[in-house]
Write a protein that binds this ligand. Structure first.
Ligand SMILES: CC(=O)SCCNC(=O)CCNC(=O)[C@H](O)C(C)(C)COP(=O)(O)OP(=O)(O)OC[C@H]1O[C@@H](n2cnc3c(N)ncnc32)[C@H](O)[C@@H]1OP(=O)(O)O
Ligand SMILES: CC(=O)C(=O)O
Length: 527
């Protein structure tokens, strides 16, 4: 948990809504497995709340909560999101509210209306009924033992038009037992001065701190969250990389270092893993990294101009607002191409491999990683491929077979509209040649099945391994069909999941690399 900051009077918690508000962003979609992986990463990183989704919204979110309930979370409280009971419906009869309880989370966040415009024009219920909807829902969830966070939608727009009613809505939530009232800058158009002033007034009125949830429509989502914290807010809600509805939410990847490194709040977070977290979530969302992202972007500490490079080489802080290593990034000086060792050391350490900075092994690994990254590899969400790379460079035996050849065919018969995909695999394993053939839903599935068939007699344990997810990204879109593709495969043995990567101009070859890494990594990890 957070501790009191030396310079501020209240601690601040971080509430992540990547898996709910983040997925409301155009182009952002996570499978249930992706959601679990993101939640595990966030928990590991140390955020305090993870909003997993809206249980009444879609089957993926409902499945996430079922999976989440089976796991132990080290740092974060998993939170289910929903809305207040509907107008003129008893709270105990409201199916959405019931689903919030069924999600079995320790905390629940409900959104309610603040703005009379929405209440009378959109809901078409009376202002009094809206207050009752808020109070009934909070009280009901409290009665069922949940920590309740109340999201006051459109608070800052509403306060401009009707401050008295706006305050009544949050008072209704607080009096009904809400553990925290969160002021939402839903339409994202307010400026920091207004957010700070209103937050201060609400804290004075409620007699206690509030949370802040901002959107980035005016480009000041992070600034607005910081303004609220200056006024005394003690929870910041946001998303990784700022994904979210319309132009997105307050970017946690920016706001967390600002709070911890600049404003003196001890959030209890190891920010040296910040960049890794940002890249991991981008990879699972299949979104290209923003090179200009503050703190974590590839350009964030890249110095190009001659005057800058000259000064930075003498004294880095002449052109750097923080030391890049504090956020897991690195300085890049474009003319001298220096970067990287710290990242390799950090990742190796997380895998239990101790390396020494400056040693020939590290130099060799670094050179290989840099070469592979220039070819299009990304290891953030492919930690198993990265581990294999390190182990191979250290001379450890990870290879369990030698490929002789593989072959795939795909036939489409227009008369019968049937498709057949077949793969053959020829490998040398444990002194034998194995030659297998299998069919699949597509070439990758067929190859996967044929390869397993060849390996199974020698390594029966691989029967446990399942291919859980498969993502393809074009990484050189200027080259048309000759573009390189990066394939990310996620595998599981039922208790553990791991990611592997392959890159090639041929999607089948890239897939093969990722499949082979997946099985080799599994076998390498067998006791
Ligand atoms: C500010 C935010 O980001 S809030 C989160 C927004 N996120 C989403 O909407 C994504 C998930 N949403 C969904 O899956 C669906 O919209 C559902 C399942 C929640 C509801 O679906 P539907 O029942 O088909 O309703 P629909 O989406 O068309 O309309 C919303 C309904 O909720 C009501 N509603 C909206 N906000 C609230 C609220 N805070 N409290 C109670 N009722 C509300 C509306 O009045 C409308 O009810 P009506 O159909 O009786 O007029
Ligand atoms: C609750 C929420 O997501 C909003 O008001 O923006």
């Amino acid at each position: 948990m957070t501790s009191l900051s030396p310079s501020m009077s209240v601690p601040v918690t971080i509430y992540d809504t990547t898996l709910r508000d983040g997925t409301q962003g155009t182009g952002i979609s996570f499978s249930t497995l992706d959601k679990i992986r993101v939640a595990e990463k966030l928990d590991d990183f140390g955020v305090h709340y993870i909003e997993g989704g809206w249980p009444g919204s879609n089957p993926k979110d409902a499945a996430f909560f079922q999976e989440a309930a089976k796991r132990t979370w080290k740092n974060a409280k998993i939170t289910a999101f929903g809305m207040t009971r509907r107008g003129k419906v008893k709270v105990e009869d409201d199916a959405q509210v019931q689903m919030l309880l069924d999600a079995q989370t320790p905390a629940v966040t409900i959104v309610g209306k603040t703005w009379p415009l929405h209440v009378t024009e959109v809901f078409q219920v009376s202002l009094e009924e809206n207050l009752a909807m808020i109070a009934d829902t909070v009280a009901y969830l409290k009665k069922h033992g949940r920590e309740v966070l109340y999201d006051a939608e459109h608070f800052f727009d509403s306060f401009r038009e009707d401050p008295e009613y706006s305050l009544k809505t949050v008072k209704a939530a607080k009096d009904a037992g809400a553990d925290l009232v969160v002021l939402c800058e839903t339409n994202g158009g307010a400026l920091p001065e207004w957010v700070e002033e209103v937050t201060r007034k609400v804290i004075a009125h409620l007699g206690g701190p509030v949370g802040i949830h901002t959107h980035n429509d005016g480009g000041v989502g992070v600034a607005n969250a910081l303004a609220a914290v200056r006024a005394g807010a003690n929870q910041v809600q946001g998303t990784i990389n700022g994904y979210g509805e319309r132009v997105g939410n307050c970017n946690l990847i920016t706001v967390m270092p600002n709070l911890q490194l600049k404003m003196g709040f001890d959030l209890g977070l190891d920010l040296t893993r910040l960049r890794d977290l940002a890249f991991f979530v981008d990879e699972l969302a299949n979104v290209p990294h923003d090179i200009r992202a503050p703190y974590v972007g590839l350009a964030a500490f890249t110095h190009k101009g001659g005057l800058h490079v000259h000064a930075v080489q003498k004294l880095a802080r002449t052109y750097e607002h923080v030391d890049p290593s504090l956020v897991g990034n690195e300085r890049v000086i474009t003319i001298s191409d220096m970067s990287g060792q710290s990242n390799v050391l950090m990742k190796a350490e997380a895998m239990g491999v101790a390396l020494t900075k400056g040693s020939p092994e590290v130099q060799k690994i670094l050179a290989t990683v840099k070469h592979m990254e220039s070819e299009g590899f990304e290891f953030e969400a492919a930690e198993a491929s990265f581990e294999l790379l390190i182990r191979k460079q250290l001379g450890q035996q990870t290879r369990c077979f030698d490929l002789i050849e593989y072959h795939t065919t795909h036939r489409y018969h227009s008369g019968s509209s049937t498709e057949t995909t077949e793969a053959t695999v020829k490998i040398h394993v444990n002194g034998n040649d194995e030659y297998t053939v299998d069919e699949g839903d597509g070439p990758v599935n067929a190859l996967d099945k044929a390869l397993r068939k060849a390996l199974l007699p020698h390594f029966p344990a691989i029967a446990q391994v399942r291919l859980e997810d498969y993502k393809v990204r074009i990484i050189d879109s200027g080259s048309g069909t000759a573009a390189k593709t990066r394939v990310l495969v996620v595998s599981s043995d039922g208790t553990r999941t791991w990611g592997t990567v392959g890159v090639s101009t041929n999607v089948i070859d890239a897939s093969w690399q990722a499949l082979v890494d997946s099985l080799e990594h599994y076998l390498f990890k067998q006791p």
